[in-house]
Design a protein around this ligand. Structure first.
Ligand code: ADP
Ligand code: ZN
Ligand code: ZN
Length: 802
């Protein structure tokens, strides 16, 4: 084939199509679909993805591919097809879909430098010649930052210098230097004999006589105490040969995992596993919803289902939410499947992620355990995809391509003829409704493993506490139970439900709340830097000492941050050892794990944290869970706020009493009568589901209706409103009468970074032409969006309504 169709790394409407390039003769045999290439595009070089090959192009003047970036495709046919589908489903640019499937390390890094045009060195001014010295190229940064920038510009214009663009990989394979014997055994012995004077050299040769396999230079030096010079001498004498070898950066290299054996399943577990195994054995696609209370042994089912996939010679993808991708979870998979497991999560460096990806690509592993993007793992014999905690909103990517891992999983599994398992103690309404209609197969685990009842839950009305004169953030009940645990040397998990309720600063005299100057949202107080920060635009200012409005010095921060709770604990229970887990204490790599390990080893009595502690913890000594403020999420302008509250309360309650000791839960709230809180007392998902479905039906929300959210933003308020209005009326005109188009309404956060934000919401049941209309809209506004004044984002099935 002579021509390659290439998708270029220029994410814009105008360039969102295949471009044809000629393949240089020497690479004709090499270049295949799914490879990355470097191609000229306008004046630059850019990364491209080969999506197809052909003999002829309808275009006349084609340029040549500059060079391949791979020698093997990084995307196979299935994934290339998936990219087409994703582009369509998520309404993104094709290149965004392709890139989403690859580790960041394979994204292009663009660099440029200034080079002396061939044969023009003598034309350069003497100053510039001195500046170059004996170099023929200067890095771009050094050049523009220098005092010679104006002269360089002139020389560029005159053609004596050229600007050259490079495309590189973000990060590379890790190579180490190794040495091995260069001579046959008996000659090695002679060489050792001849080196009597050089003791160290001799010692190294002896070492290789005992074990002639190649050895990392680093290790060799450590082992023999020799210097680098000694090794070099042996290499230059031709006794040892040197080479570079590729190694994996293994984030788990210093840990050993004990082999774990499968449990004998309970009857319930066995009944749930049976139909899954049947689909695996018969190569059939299906979607299972494994609905099992916390601690009911879902993970053991995953492990055994994966084992039967491996036995068949196939591969499995295991997705878990980022925050529950704790060492505890990883350990369970590594213990069962050893080094057949690759792990992918955001705690890894780009290089580590790349290496884990390559293990999959090279078929050196059979299982990947990872967060959302692991759904694109380039396995070719997929036998199973599992999504644990399927209700987690982090499975939806909130930037382009805005995909939901569940949809991708089902798509991939159906093309591989294999099953999908969605697991949860609190499934989304969407999934549960599908299971009710037999679109998904429902599998239920109603009992906890230890046959203990679920922990008993007590709901405390904080308004009563206040009436009774208790102004502390701990109710009397919770305080008493905390004391008990200290006496009994049992552990407590305390959760502060922080979302939408972070610590803001208010003047007690006049009531002024300090807002971000760029966004319509209050600033958050950060104790560490004693400053106020905006979480949307990164604005930061010093904490004022007096109210900027009335001058009063009664200005305080409100809301109960985790730090504040920690302080209060120190006051009321000074003997308690507390570990705090929130964004501040877990931002460093590995800190999350360290804190959890310490808690697991009993180095603290109380684990205090935000939502991040609600999931995945499985420690036998936790007998009390306290939720300090159950309702903070309830009042968010989001139709899923009840669902999310119920899910979170159920999840966190499930941390208590998972083993022999029984568990108790205390939930503090200001709205005990709300059904999502009331029903979490009995962890009664079924009743919650009934009630919530009724609410959704009456207000036309999912799962009864599908939704699309269009957000328009502009610096000019009137412009933002105007465009949203026109979008709404256009859609009203072309959608069916059954569709509901709402808006323009101001977004819940009506201004971010000085841009006003307006929304148009579409609710519909069946609109086959909807995407086409949305595309027309985007094309219509393309020009204005290109000049960057206007931003329009389209979110299909939005998870976050802000
Ligand atoms: P879930 O994933 O539903 O929260 P887990 O899989 O973590 O539940 O199971 C809870 C506990 O029960 C774990 O400690 C697990 O090791 C144990 N467990 C699971 N299945 C069995 C079994 N069949 N026999 C004995 N212990 C089991
Ligand atoms: Zn004031
Ligand atoms: Zn801001």
């Amino acid at each position: 084939m002579d021509i390659a169709s290439v998708i270029v790394d220029v994410p814009a409407r105008q360039t969102d199509r295949e471009f044809d390039y000629k393949i240089p003769v020497k690479w004709k045999e090499i270049i295949q679909p799914g490879m990355r290439v470097i191609v000229p595009f306008g004046p630059r070089m850019v990364q491209g993805f080969v999506t197809g090959l052909k003999e002829k192009s309808e275009f006349k003047k084609l340029r040549f591919i500059k060079e391949p970036m791979d020698l093997e495709p990084v995307l196979n046919d299935e994934l290339l097809g998936l990219a087409d589908w994703l582009t369509e489903e998520a309404m993104c640019f094709k290149v965004q879909a392709l890139q989403a499937m690859l580790p960041a390390a394979l994204k292009a890094k663009y660099e440029k430098d200034i080079e002396i045009t061939a044969g023009k060195k003598n034309e350069l001014s003497s100053e510039i010649r001195t500046f170059f010295g004996d170099r023929t190229a200067l890095p771009w940064k050094e050049a523009v930052d220098s005092e010679y920038a104006p002269q360089l510009q002139k020389e560029l214009k005159a053609g004596n210098l050229e600007l050259i663009h490079y495309v590189k990989n973000r990060s590379n394979k890790k190579m180490i230097r190794t040495v091995r014997p260069a001579l046959p055994a008996e000659e090695m012995a002679n060489a050792a004999e001849n080196l009597k004077q050089a003791k160290k050299q001799q010692e190294i040769i002896r070492q290789f006589q005992q074990n002639p396999s190649p050895m990392a230079v680093k290790d060799l030096l450590k082992q023999t105490g020799a210097s680098a010079g000694t090794v070099k001498a042996l290499v230059s004498k031709g006794i040892l040969a040197e080479s570079e070898e590729e190694v994996y950066r293994d984030p788990y290299e210093n840990r050993s995992f004990m082999k774990s054996d499968p449990f004998i399943l309970t009857d319930q577990q066995a009944a749930a596993l049976e139909p899954i195994k049947e689909k695996i054995e018969n190569d059939q696609h299906d979607v299972f919803l494994l609905y099992g209370v916390t601690g009911s042994g879902k993970t053991e089912i995953y492990l055994q289902a994966i084992a039967s996939v491996i036995e068949k010679g196939q591969e499995a993808i295991m997705l878990v939410p980022e925050i529950s991708l704790t060492p505890q979870t990883v350990k369970r998979f590594k213990e069962r499947f050893g080094n057949q497991v690759a792990v992918m999560h955001s705690g890894l460096s780009a290089g580590e992620k790349y290496d884990e990806w390559r293990k999959i690509h090279r078929k050196e592993v059979k299982v990947v355990v990872g967060a959302r993007s692991a759904v694109f793992a380039p396995f070719e014999r997929l036998g199973l995809i599992i999504i644990d905690e399927e209700h987690e909103s982090s499975y939806k990517q909130e930037e382009n391509p805005r995909y939901h891992a569940r949809d991708v999983a089902i798509r991939r599994a159906s093309s591989h003829n294999c099953p999908v398992i969605l697991g949860s103690a609190t499934p989304t309404l969407e999934s549960f409704a599908r299971a009710q209609k037999n679109v998904y197969q429902l599998l239920t685990l109603s009992k906890r493993m230890n046959n203990n009842a679920l922990p008993s839950v007590e709901i405390i009305d904080m308004r009563e506490e206040l009436r009774g004169g208790n102004r502390s953030m701990f109710s009397e009940t919770l305080f008493k139970k905390l004391e008990e645990r200290l006496e009994r040397k049992e552990q407590t998990v305390l959760m502060l439900n922080k979302r939408g309720h972070s610590s803001f600063v208010m003047c007690r005299s006049c009531g002024l709340v300090i807002n971000c100057p760029n966004c319509d949202i209050s600033l958050t107080y950060h104790r560490f830097s004693h400053s106020l920060k905006c979480h949307y635009c990164n604005h930061e200012e010093a904490m004022p000492t007096v109210c900027p409005d009335c001058g009063s010095d009664h200005i305080r921060f409100f809301g109960t941050g985790t730090q504040k709770v920690e302080e209060e604990l120190a006051k009321i229970l000074p003997e308690a050892r507390v570990i705090r887990m929130d964004v501040d204490t877990t931002s460093r790599k590995g800190s999350h794990e360290r804190l959890l390990t310490a808690f697991g080893e009993g180095k603290a009595d109380i684990l205090l944290g935000t939502q991040m502690i609600a999931k995945g913890l499985d420690f036998p000594n936790i007998t009390l869970v306290g939720v300090l403020s159950a309702d903070t999420m309830l009042h968010l302008p989001d139709f899923r706020s009840s669902e999310k509250t119920f899910q979170l309360l159920t999840q966190v309650s499930g941390r208590a009493g998972r083993h022999e000791l029984a568990g108790e839960v205390v939930i503090q709230t200001y709205t005990p009568e709300h059904y999502s809180i009331e029903l979490s007392k009995s962890q009664d998902f079924d009743s919650f589901y009934e009630h919530e479905m009724m609410m959704r039906r009456s207000s036309h929300y999912p799962p009864y209706y599908y939704m699309v959210m269009i957000t328009v933003s502009h610096e000019d308020l009137m412009k933002a409103v105007g465009v949203t209005e026109r979008i709404a009326s256009y859609l009203n005109g072309c959608l069916s009468k059954n569709a509901i188009v709402l808006g323009p309404v101001a977004s819940p956060i009506s201004r971010i970074n000085n841009r006003y934000r307006y929304q148009c919401l579409i609710k519909y049941k069946r609109e086959p032409l909807l995407k086409q209309h949305l595309r027309t809209l985007m094309e219509h506004y393309q020009q204005e969006m290109h000049s960057n004044q206007l931003q329009i984002s389209i979110d299909l099935n939005p998870q976050i309504m802000m």
